[in-house]
Design a protein around this ligand. Sequence first.
Ligand SMILES: [Zn+2]
Length: 417
Amino acid sequence: MILEYGEVEKHNTSESCYVILFGEIFDLTEFMKYHHKGGYAPLSCGGKDATGIFLSTHPLSVKKILKTKEFRRKYYIGKVSQYKPLFNYYDKFYIECKRAVEKYFDEHRDVLPRNRPQRYMEVFLISIVWIIAAMSMNKHRDPLRASIFGMMNIMVGFRIMHDLQHGALTNSRKIKTMFDILSSVGTVMSIPGWSKSHNYEHHTSPMLDDDPDCKINMARYHKNKTHKWYNTFQSIYTIPGYGLSSIMFELKELMQWTTLNKYPVGYRDGLMLSKLVRIGILKKIGCYDNMKNILSFYIPASLYYTLAICPSHMHIDNLDKEKNASYAKHQVSHSFNYNSTSRIVNYLTAGLNAQIEHHLFPSIDCRHLPLLRSIIKPICDKHGVAYNDQGYVQCMKGHLKYVRELGRIRDKSGVVK
Ligand SMILES: [Zn+2]
């Protein structure tokens, strides 16, 4: 059967979930409900071309499964009419990177790429600290406790939600569902919003046009985006704007609960309830008592979050970079590592300081990303792929220059008017 892309796009719910892999259409509705280790993760790319995210989150061998008679008999639907892939997904460079990393984990059986008991213990400990911070906030109801509690909310987002949604924390369906509910209570981000804008859109094509994952609404973050009069001043308001971003996040994410209908009823109700519990707790313990508490709860947390992620892609050296035909090379060339060998920075940012390795291997526990650097960098050097690795200050300067430069009016050829 040959289907138009628009027809495939309609199948994006748990009742009917199609995905496009290498130009072929698969109906993953039943597979996702009962067998897929990442649970409902395919819904983040339901009705879309999921080739990049599929390849990056699975071992190389999984491509063969798509060709087996058994799999095709159950799930194969047909082909997409006039399929034009966004990238060359399966090139020598990526295969070499994947093989080298898989070989490493094969040879070091004691180093688990995910399902690490230490991370499960960490989820437990972070939850305890989160509860203590909430109790302290409830007792004192002051701006200091509000800001500490706000930071703990971001820690839940970084250390639990991010790896969890990428399948880097666990591939047990039961544990994932439990942690989904837990992290929905614990952080400002929501699973539907996160898995759509981060897992799928950002990881599929970082910095192509207006990346939905890295932005505040009033800033111009890509030269293809129309320049508005206020963008001239964006180098002044962008950083303060970052400070308010998680307030916007909380409001936006709350509104996105109306889109939850694409999930199965039980799971949807669990997520919805956890968000209502979250807002109830924030109100009860005093985060919304007065404007000082509201701002103290959201601003330091927002800055922590945005200043950790924004310099990694929105960097002056990316300003005029075009799309690379190779998916993997595009991921590397449009990502910037900072302090990528530092264990402390790695912990505090949950591996977001090693964006190159994270984008190539999003389903590997963030703890291992600095280690993967020693495998990936030589392969990049061998293939002549620029490997962007800087100190944080330099990387941040690159980000500020990027924001300033896009505040200047440019014509389509990139010339400043
Ligand atoms: Zn990610």
